[in-house]
Design a protein around this ligand. Structure first.
Ligand SMILES: C[S@@+](CC[C@H](N)C(=O)[O-])C[C@H]1O[C@@H](n2cnc3c(N)ncnc32)[C@H](O)[C@@H]1O
Length: 278
């Protein structure tokens, strides 16, 4: 008797449909309120990349403009791009308030609307890591960066505070089949795979960004209100799961907390990446 096995072809995600859904997620809540607490990561990345005045800088998935504004404070010729128009409006408001010169434009990280080699520096702070087609997103960063230019990234690691939180979100609202986890950008081997021979050097420092909130409970409430991925996941599940989800996130916040005064100081590991394009 012959035994036949059916080999399933690998699932190829529908990137366009996924991106449409993700765009709605990032448009929900009020990401700008979360972004305001992450500004330091962008300032540190501009220093790590040794930005110079006059350089042409692109901030990919700029959100409310953190890295673009950090580069503008260093007198770069700055553009920030994101696919959520309301966040770009917030970035423009911030630039206006500080009288900083920066341009903000709508666009997709996987199809950057710029010619090859248009920028000296291409930055993305916990931004491009969320694009579903990771290979395509990496190709685009490389394409718009001039030879000898710098690509600077900040990427949450898989097992840090945010990485753990994102994994927990995925337990309640599972991601589409075949989709790579965003946290893979927080792994050096994966970065080498994505950039291949197109980079001459890759410098990586592991850092921790401190999430400082009034309490673990305050953090969870803040993220359920403002951070699209948790806000949308919470809204998509039933009451019993909402209660369990709340307990799980509070437990994670407590586990990473190093404060002993009732407040939250939770360091979240991320890779600060500076690559030079060949
Ligand atoms: C965690 S936020 C980071 C925002 C900002 N870089 C910061 O440091 O606060 C992720 C951002 O990526 C944007 N984003 C995700 N996928 C994108 C894509 N395919 N194209 C453009 N923007 C994208 C979202 O709209 C959101 O603003």
């Amino acid at each position: 008797m012959s035994v036949s096995t059916t080999i399933q072809p690998p699932v190829s995600p529908d990137f366009a449909a996924i991106k449409q859904r993700q765009q709605k997620i990032w448009s929900s809540g009020d990401y700008a309120a979360v972004g305001a607490t992450l500004q330091l990561m962008s300032e540190l990345l501009c220093e790590a990349g040794d930005l110079r005045a006059g350089q042409r800088v692109l901030d990919v998935a700029t959100g409310s403009g953190n890295a673009a504004l950090a580069a503008a404070r260093r007198f770069g010729e700055v553009t920030g791009i994101d696919y959520v128009p309301a966040l770009l409006d917030r970035a423009r408001e911030r630039a206006q308030a500080e009288r900083l010169a920066a341009t903000f434009a709508p666009g997709d990280a996987e199809a950057l609307p710029y010619p090859d080699a248009s920028f000296d520096v291409v930055l993305s702070v916990v931004g491009v890591m969320f694009a579903p087609n990771q290979e395509q997103a990496a190709r685009e960063l490389l394409r718009v960066c001039r030879p000898g230019g710098t690509i600077g990234l900040a990427n949450w690691t898989p097992d840090g505070f945010v990485g753990t939180m994102l994994r927990t979100v995925g337990r309640y609202v599972p991601p589409p089949a075949g989709l790579q986890s965003p946290s893979r950008w927080g792994d050096e081997a994966r970065l080498r795979e994505l950039f291949g021979n197109d980079i001459a050097t890759l410098d990586i420092i592991q850092r921790g960004h401190n999430f400082r909130y009034r309490s673990p409970e305050h953090f969870v409430e803040f993220f359920f209100t403002h951070y699209g991925p948790t806000e949308r996941a919470f809204a998509a599940i039933d009451a019993a799961n909402q209660a369990q989800f709340t307990r799980d996130l509070t437990d994670i916040a407590r586990r990473f907390n190093r404060a002993e005064d009732g407040s939250l100081v939770a360091p979240s590991d991320y890779l600060e990446v500076v690559a030079v394009k060949r």
